[in-house]
Design a binder for this molecule. Structure first.
Ligand SMILES: Nc1ncnc2c1ncn2[C@@H]1O[C@H](COP(=O)(O)OP(=O)(O)OP(=O)(O)O)[C@@H](O)[C@H]1O
Ligand SMILES: [Mg+2]
Ligand SMILES: [Zn+2]
Length: 319
């Protein structure tokens, strides 16, 4: 598991807020029931003395101890029965004043028996989708919704699809950089989202962003740097498990964006953290756009996967 600290903090705070909310709602129900039923408060006061009474029993010597403890236990059960009857007879549910949990399994702690609860995992994956920038895309773009039959070269696309599925399967062993190249509407973003979704679901920290926004973030960090501020937003591009840069080459290319791209590629190559980038541009066009120091890394260190055929947006329309 390597979910981002930011996601974990957000979700932990949420769970703490849930526990506080449920405790304060229970307190409010209890206060209301006490004011309607003063007898209930009396019973609870007596019940709350059980521990002290048990202690007093124990200190009273060994002789007759088990009888005294049994009597105390009996009294306790009697009070609990009286409490339930009182609530029921006055139109309340028997468990009206009990603490109610959003998740009864983990009692809103997110874990039980030392295991992560599924409610916590679901929430953290959702948050990671959000933080990674794919929360709206995952609804429609996944491996399940990727069809190879939409392509004329469906055999080649089947191979590409299998490559992507295996990329996810072997992600922890084989850290491969990939460059997805091809014209518009051929499924580059779709397959990238599918990879991101599957890896997030298996506990990885994935960041997915279009190139333009990546460089915006570095730009805004420059501003923060100058005036001081929080942690740079661009840090995530350098240290997440997988970075997906969509639409490389579509950004406004400047000396600054090129130096950011060089920094990202170089830093991640050195840390053995992979990148998947997609682009509409041919290798010739990329060479025109970027410095040799970038293209030599792109073509030397990235596995190039070509998308060919007709725009799937149009193919889907005519089907
Ligand atoms: N193989 C596929 N099966 C099902 N839907 C697909 C497939 N490929 C693409 N699509 C759908 O077609 C639309 C365009 O695909 P996508 O955005 O992935 O193309 P792209 O290659 O990233 O294009 P662009 O270069 O314009 O960004 C999306 O709605 C996507 O879900
Ligand atoms: Mg795209
Ligand atoms: Zn739970």
């Amino acid at each position: 598991m390597s979910y981002s600290r930011k996601c974990i903090n957000i979700v932990n705070e949420e769970f703490e807020a849930k526990r506080l909310k449920n405790e304060s709602q229970r307190q409010a129900r209890l206060n209301e029931a006490y004011s309607a039923l003063p007898e209930l408060e009396k019973i609870d006061k007596e019940l709350s003395k059980t521990g002290v009474n048990a202690m007093a029993c124990a200190m009273g010597g060994k002789e007759g101890l088990s009888e005294r403890l049994n009597a105390l236990k009996e009294r306790n059960l009697e009070l609990q029965r009286a409490r339930a009857e009182l609530l029921l007879s006055t139109g309340y549910a028997e468990d009206y004043t009990d603490l109610k949990y959003d998740c009864p399994i983990c009692q809103d702690y997110g874990a039980y028996n030392g295991k992560m609860c599924s409610c916590y995992k679901t929430r953290i994956i959702e948050e990671q989708f959000k933080q990674s920038g794919i929360s709206s895309l995952v609804k429609t773009q996944s491996f399940e919704t990727f069809s190879v039959d939409l392509y004329e070269n469906c055999e080649e696309m089947k191979e590409l699809y299998n490559y992507a599925v295996n990329y996810v399967k072997n992600f922890d062993k084989i850290k491969e950089n990939v460059l997805l190249v091809g014209g518009t509407g051929l499924g580059k973003t779709h397959i990238s989202t599918a990879i991101a979704k599957a890896l997030i679901e298996s506990g990885h920290n994935v960041v997915f962003e279009c190139a333009q926004n990546v460089f915006f973030d570095f730009e805004s960090d420059r501003f923060l740097d100058r005036f001081g501020g929080e942690e740079p937003v661009s840090t995530k591009y350098l240290d997440c498990d997988l970075l997906i840069i969509d639409d490389l080459g579509a950004e406004n290319i400047s000396a600054f964006s090129v130096s950011c791209l060089y920094n990202i590629i170089n830093t991640r190559l050195n840390k053995n953290l992979p990148i998947i980038a997609s682009t509409n541009f041919s290798s010739k066009e990329l060479r025109q756009k970027y410095h040799d120091r970038i293209t030599s890394r792109l073509f030397g260190e990235f596995n190039i996967k070509m998308f060919q055929g007709k725009d799937i947006r149009q193919v889907k329309k005519t089907k």
